[in-house]
Write a protein that binds this ligand. Structure first.
Ligand code: NAD
Length: 249
C-alpha cells in the first residue's frame, strides 16, 4: 500500500484503455483516493465509479485556467486534501510540419503544455500550504527524438515544453516540499494510436525497440506510481524513459 491515505488527481483518465485510467486503477489498488479529471465528464464519472464509491470523476478542460481551479476546488471539497497530481491529459495529431496551421499549433500546445501549467497552478496553493506534494507530468519520446511516429512537430514541441516546464517547477517548488518529475513514454498501445499502426510500420518500430514489444498503459502507470510515492522522496526534476530501450545509442 504505497499510497495509503493519499489523494491523487489524474487528468485525462476517462478512457478505459488509456494510461490515465491504468494509473488511476494502480493508485487505487495502492490505497489512494483518486480524482479523475477529464474533458469527457461522463467518462470521468464512469471511470471513477468503476474504481469504487470513494473515488471521484469530474469534468475539466485543462486548457481553461478557471475550469482547472473550479475542478480542483471540487476535489478539495470532496476529499479535503491533494497529495499527488498526475498531468496526463493530452492529444496528438499526425501532420507534416508544413501543414501545421495556427489553430492546430495552438490546440496541441494548449492541451499538452498549457494544461500542465494550469492544473499544476491550481493545486499549488494547497500543496505549498501543506509543504508537501508530488507532481508528475506526461511528456513523450517525441520530445527527445523529434517527431513522433504518430504525432507532428507541434506535438514534439509541446512535449519538449513539458520537460522544461516540469524542471522549472521542480526548482521553484522544491523548498515547499513539492517534487515535480516527468515520464517520456515510447509507443504505448492506447486509443490515441489504436488502428493507426500498420503491420509494416509495427515491424519497423519493433526493430528499434530492444525489448521487442510496444508498451502497455501499465508500463507507464508503474512509473507514475514510483514518482507519486515516497519511494521517490529524493527524486525531483527527473525524466524517466518508458520506451523499451528505443533511445539507446
Ligand atoms: P487517451 O486518448 O486515452 O488519453 C488522453 C485523455 O486526455 C483522454 O481521456 C481525453 O479525453 C483527455 N483530454 C483530451 N483533451 C483534454 C482536455 N482539454 N482537458 C482534459 N482532458 C483532456 O490516450 P493516452 O495514450 O492514454 O494518452 C495519455 C497521455 O500520454 C497523453 O498526454 C499522450 O500525449 C501521452 N503519451 C502517449 C503515448 C502513447 O503512445 N499512447 C506516448 C507518449 C505520451
Amino acid at each position: 500500500m504505497l499510497l495509503k491515505g493519499k489523494t491523487a488527481v489524474i487528468s485525462g483518465g476517462a478512457g478505459a484503455r488509456g494510461i490515465g485510467f491504468a494509473t488511476a486503477k494502480t493508485f487505487a489498488a495502492q490505497g489512494a483516493r483518486v480524482a479523475i479529471l477529464d474533458l469527457d465528464a461522463a467518462g470521468a464519472a464512469k471511470a471513477a465509479a468503476e474504481l469504487g464509491p470513494e473515488h471521484v470523476g469530474i469534468g475539466c478542460d485543462v486548457t481553461d485556467k478557471a475550469d482547472c481551479a473550479r475542478a480542483i476546488g471540487e476535489v478539495l471539497a470532496a476529499t479535503g486534501q491533494i497529495d499527488i497530481l498526475i498531468n496526463n491529459a493530452g492529444i496528438t495529431q499526425a501532420i507534416k510540419v508544413w501543414d501545421i496551421d495556427p489553430e492546430s499549433w495552438a490546440r496541441i500546445q494548449d492541451v499538452n503544455l498549457k494544461g500542465v501549467l494550469y492544473l499544476s497552478q491550481a493545486v499549488m496553493p494547497h500543496m505549498r500550504e501543506r509543504k508537501a506534494g508530488a507532481i508528475a507530468c506526461m511528456s513523450s519520446v517525441s520530445a527527445q527524438r523529434g517527431g513522433g511516429i504518430l504525432g507532428g512537430a507541434h506535438y514534439s514541441a509541446a512535449k519538449a515544453g513539458v520537460l522544461g516546464l516540469a524542471k522549472a517547477m521542480a526548482r521553484e517548488l522544491g523548498a515547499d516540499g513539492i517534487r515535480v518529475n516527468c515520464v517520456t513514454p515510447g509507443l504505448i498501445q492506447t486509443d490515441i494510436n489504436a488502428g493507426k499502426i500498420s503491420d509494416d510500420a509495427r515491424v519497423k518500430i519493433l526493430e528499434n525497440i530492444p525489448l521487442n514489444r510496444l508498451g502497455v498503459p501499465q508500463d507507464v502507470a508503474n512509473i507514475f506510481l514510483f514518482l507519486a510515492s515516497d519511494l521517490s522522496a529524493y527524486v525531483t526534476g527527473a525524466v524517466i524513459d518508458v520506451n523499451g530501450g528505443m533511445l539507446i545509442h
